[in-house]
Design a protein around this ligand. Structure first.
Ligand SMILES: [Zn+2]
Length: 451
């Protein structure tokens, strides 16, 4: 078996899109008839718009996160999930919390069919990433309710791998049990994989057990595709196979993953979700072609409990290629950053992940691809002074060497990203490592006022 879903994964992409448009055409009446949100958003539009290709979706309005938020708040006893709850309460079998960076998180209800569709799509993601039945997977996300929790676990089981849910235990226990249980693969965020890789060899000496680990699956946080990050993980864990994946809790917890080419992520959710690329400012469509950049927009034509139509992901992506040696026909892309994370220095946009990638590639061996940007307040986006950033050094440096390296990073950032930053270097291991999502941005604590 070379593919999880050979027919859809190898069909020419335009044919896949035509098939998806037909699925949506068939589902649209039900979506508008059962979701008060879509009854409202699509009010006044033709009852049966022409949906022969995905390009025809332009006739439909976008759905924004704020629409979902407002719909969630308009809840009552019959509709605890609000105005986008498209099935009776009795049919909901699971709730998934999508990450809320500010305010109350969004919650997604799922029917039995939704959980099965989700497990199948995510199994496709893991299969593309190289996981196979027989693998013993350490699932290192600690919270079952989040998108990366139970839905990922269901994907592992649907694929036929052995789910070994170690997420949530203390790191020492994870390190020890991964060896005792002969774990062959692990799923974690980039930052937690880096954290484990720093302690992996010591855990081996302590337990006296050899490692069976050969595969690392990244999810929940970008960065795993970066060469320097990969090198640290492969060296620390003593393996070669590192694959990234990406999804969106509001749509489908995982939809994209790297194949053996390890060069951009394929779209693997084509059986349940359609994806468009748009120009974020104008909303105009962007054609899928090598090098194109835009925001990913998703439509769930198969989801029962909480459908989304033309949902703005706020994920900015770049198309790596439209064909692949693996035979999959779906686009391959790289995530450039999220609108939500974007900072502005004197009119220039800065994605924190772009800064991490720059330092990771240009200062490998000197500065670690770990950083923390300090904001004055949670809602600060604009900076008029150089943006304060902490980087970890790879080795302890004296004051003179640290100063010189700081200046080099600042100069290269200005030259490459047209943004001024003020670098502070901190000792190896000084920045926090998180088990789930590592925020690259932090709010500077108020200085303590002495009594
Ligand atoms: Zn491929």
């Amino acid at each position: 078996m070379a593919y999880w879903n050979e027919e859809l994964e190898t069909l020419p992409w335009q044919a896949v899109e035509r098939w998806q448009a037909a699925q949506l055409a068939a589902a649209l009446g039900r979506i508008r008839g059962t979701s008060a949100l879509y009854a409202r958003l699509h009010a006044g539009l033709p009852e049966a718009p022409r949906l022969a290709t995905l390009a025809d979706l332009q006739a439909l309005p976008f759905t924004f996160k704020d629409d979902l938020r407002a719909a969630q708040e308009a809840c009552d006893d019959a509709l605890p999930f609000g105005q986008n709850q498209a099935v009776p309460r009795e049919r909901v079998v699971q709730v998934v919390a999508s990450s809320g960076t500010t305010g109350r998180p969004l919650y997604f209800a799922m029917t039995q069919a939704d959980t099965q569709a989700c497990a199948d799509a995510i199994a496709n993601v893991w299969f593309t990433a190289g996981l196979r039945p027989g693998d013993i997977v350490a699932h290192l996300v600690g919270l079952p309710m989040v998108a990366g929790g139970l839905p990922y676990a269901d994907g592992f089981r649907r694929l036929g791998a052995t789910l070994c849910w170690l997420g949530g235990f203390p790191t020492e226990r994870i390190l020890r049990e991964m060896r005792h249980l002969r774990v062959t693969a692990m799923l974690s965020t980039t930052s937690f994989a880096l954290h484990l890789s720093e302690q992996w060899a010591a855990a081996g000496r302590e337990t006296g057990k050899p490692s069976h680990l050969n595969t690392v699956l990244g999810g929940g946080e970008p960065g795993m595709q970066q060469r320097e990050v990969r090198t640290r993980i492969t060296a620390g864990l003593g393996l070669q196979h590192v694959r990234d994946s990406m999804g969106l809790g509001d749509v489908m917890p995982s939809m994209w993953s790297e194949c053996e080419a390890e060069d951009g992520m394929h779209f693997n959710a084509q059986r349940y979700v359609a994806v468009e690329l748009i120009q974020p400012d104008s909303g105009d469509p962007v054609a899928w072609q090598e090098g194109a950049t835009g925001e990913a927009v998703y439509t769930t034509f198969a989801r029962e409990a909480m459908p989304v139509v033309r949902y703005r992901s706020r994920d900015h992506v770049q198309v790596v290629a439209m064909r692949c040696a693996c035979g999959r026909t779906s686009p391959r892309m790289r995530c450039i950053g999220r609108t939500d994370d974007m900072l502005i220095y004197k009119g220039m946009n800065l994605f924190p992940s772009a800064l991490r990638d720059l330092v990771g590639t240009q200062f490998a061996g000197r500065a670690a691809p770990l950083l923390r940007i300090w904001k004055a307040s949670a809602d600060q986006v604009r900076f008029d002074d150089p943006i304060p950033v902490e980087f970890e050094t790879e080795t302890a440096l004296d004051a003179g060497a640290a100063d010189a390296l700081s200046r080099e990073i600042e100069d290269l950032t200005r030259a490459r990203l047209q943004v001024r930053i003020a670098v502070t270097l901190v000792a190896p291991g000084a920045l926090p490592r998180s088990m789930y999502k590592q925020s690259l941005v932090a709010v500077r604590p108020e200085p303590k006022v002495l009594p």
